[in-house]
Design a protein around this ligand. Structure first.
Ligand SMILES: [Zn+2]
Length: 231
C-alpha cells in the first residue's frame, strides 16, 4: 500500500528538499552530481518542477477539463475549448498533462529543468515550450549538453522519457527522469492497478473520469506506460 501511495502522489513523507522542490531520496545524490557537472560547463541547472502531489495534479486536470486553463495543440498553441467534445477534451489534456495519479511527477524521480544563466531577464516567465528547448532556443545549449551526456551514459542515471513523440505525451525535452528509480516504480504500474484506481475515484471531484474509464485501455497504453524506457 505504501508503494501504491507513492505512485499515486499521495505520500511525500520520504522525499528530500532541494530548494523549494522535493526529490525521491534515491534520486537526490544523482541530481546533485548532475547539477555539479552542469555547473562545470557553465550552466545553472534549476528545477521548475519535481514532486507534484495528486491534489495539485487534480487541480490542473479539473481546471483544464472545465476550460479554465488553456488546452494546447501539438505546437503548444491554445485550442478552442468550446469546439471539443468530452473525449476530445480528455485527449487534449493528456497530450500535455498527466492524469492525476498517473503523473511521473508524483514519484519525485522526474524533474523539469532549465538553465538559470540563460534567462533573458530575471523576470522572464519560463513557459517550457518546444521553442525554448530547441537547439536555437534560450535553453538550447543546456539541452544539447544534456543530450550529449545522456548519450554517453554520463548523466548519473537521468534520461528523457519523453524525448520523442510516441503518439501519447508530447515530446518534453525539459523533463528528466532518474531511470534507476523511476523504472522500478513504472514496473508496479500495471493495467489492473490503473483500472482499480480510476474506478475508485469520485466523479463529483474528478472531471471527466467517466470518459477516462470508458477509454481506459487506450489511455493506459498511450499516455501512462508509453515512454522511452531505455537511456
Ligand atoms: Zn515534467
Amino acid at each position: 500500500m505504501k508503494l501504491n501511495k507513492l505512485i499515486l502522489g499521495l505520500d511525500q513523507s520520504s522525499y528530500q528538499p532541494v530548494g523549494d522542490y522535493l526529490i525521491h531520496p534515491d534520486a537526490l545524490e544523482s541530481f546533485l552530481k548532475l547539477r555539479e557537472l552542469c555547473a562545470n560547463e557553465g550552466f545553472d541547472l534549476c528545477l521548475t518542477s519535481s514532486f507534484r502531489s495528486f491534489e495539485a495534479q487534480k487541480r490542473i486536470w479539473n481546471a483544464k477539463a472545465q476550460g479554465k486553463r488553456a488546452l494546447l495543440d501539438d505546437q503548444g498553441n491554445p485550442i478552442d475549448f468550446t469546439k471539443l467534445n468530452n473525449r476530445e477534451i480528455v485527449y487534449a489534456i493528456l497530450r500535455w498533462s498527466a492524469l492525476p495519479g498517473m503523473s511521473r511527477h508524483h514519484w519525485g524521480t522526474d524533474l523539469d529543468v532549465y538553465d538559470k544563466f540563460s534567462l533573458p531577464s530575471p523576470d522572464y516567465n519560463i513557459q517550457l515550450t518546444p521553442e525554448e528547448v530547441a537547439p536555437e532556443g534560450i535553453f538550447g545549449k543546456l539541452h544539447l549538453f544534456l543530450d550529449k551526456i545522456i548519450e554517453e551514459n554520463k548523466s548519473f542515471g537521468f534520461y528523457r522519457p519523453y524525448k520523442e513523440d510516441l503518439g501519447g505525451v508530447a515530446p518534453e525535452k525539459w523533463h528528466l527522469s532518474h531511470h534507476p528509480t523511476s523504472s522500478l516504480l513504472l514496473e508496479e504500474l500495471n493495467f489492473d492497478f490503473f483500472s482499480e484506481f480510476i474506478n475508485s475515484q469520485d466523479p463529483n471531484d474528478f472531471e471527466l473520469i467517466d470518459i477516462v474509464i470508458e477509454y481506459a485501455k487506450e489511455i493506459y497504453e498511450n499516455y501512462v506506460i508509453n515512454v522511452h524506457r531505455d537511456y
